[in-house]
Design a protein. Sequence first.
Length: 339
Amino acid sequence: MRIDREKVRAPEIGRVWFNSPPLSLRQLRGKAVLIDFWDYPCVNCIRTLPYIKAWHQRYAEKGLVVIGIHTPEFTFAQYESNVERGVREFGLTYPIVIDSNYELWKAFANKYWPAKYLIDKEGYIRGAHFGEGAYAETEQIIQELLREIDPSVALPDIMEPLRETDVPDTVCFRPTPELYLGYRRGRIGNQSGFHEDGSAEYMIAGEPQENFFYAEGRWTSTAEYLESASADGKIVLSYSAGGVNLVMASRSRQPIEVLLRQDGKPLEKSNATPETKFREDGSSYITVDGARMYALVENHTFEAHTLELLPQDNGLAMYAFTFTSCVEKPSANTAGARR
């Protein structure tokens, strides 16, 4: 989205910073600035980071300053140590400013993760994009702002898509919507609903329906997350998507294994993610060793399945399921799996 010149002045930024001393937009006059609102457990944010990193590498010496504004959705992402770990694990080298109190989020009147704002040499917002995609269009505006600074600047060709699912003919379906597991925003399918702010036994009755999650065994319900209160609980999810992710944390700060079963069977290597491990008996699991997003399943095509998660200890906090839906091209059975 383009914004007319000299219409919207960008607000000032900055308190706690990584990779840089504190910066201000006033001191950056004469530069082009890319602001990226992100959150390190956010799957859509994670998917945009390769492009942000590439633009920083391509254009930093040409006059572009990339600034990541980290605004957290969940409480654990407010802690600077967790953000610093995320910055390090994603290999981000451009300046990152902490916005745990939503001061910058409000100053920009932002509503989305991720959100990009492009600011010109005079400090005016000239472009914005919310969510994934529009990478070529965003880079085109970056180049235009750099040419306004120096009309003779030598710039590379616009990048080719970094993923096959980012090419123009990618097919994207409507997946199961994001599902929170805390009672404040959660959609639990159990007839009893949530037992708020306490530990209770949950039972599953009937066939799981899409757009809900179901809990079995003993769980503790909080506003933000559902926490395993025993080593024999289970979460059941009926979904339609290409892949499934889940934001999780170990409340005990000790690694916790989570068994994964799809349609009643362990995952296979064809639908496993880089985080999946396999036992000698063929069972599949992941290890939760930090507060972040975990990739559970990657089916590569848009399909309908039932997923079961079985934590092997108490203290596992589950926050939100997210789903991916874009595939390279439709296959013969894609339409049948679509809901």
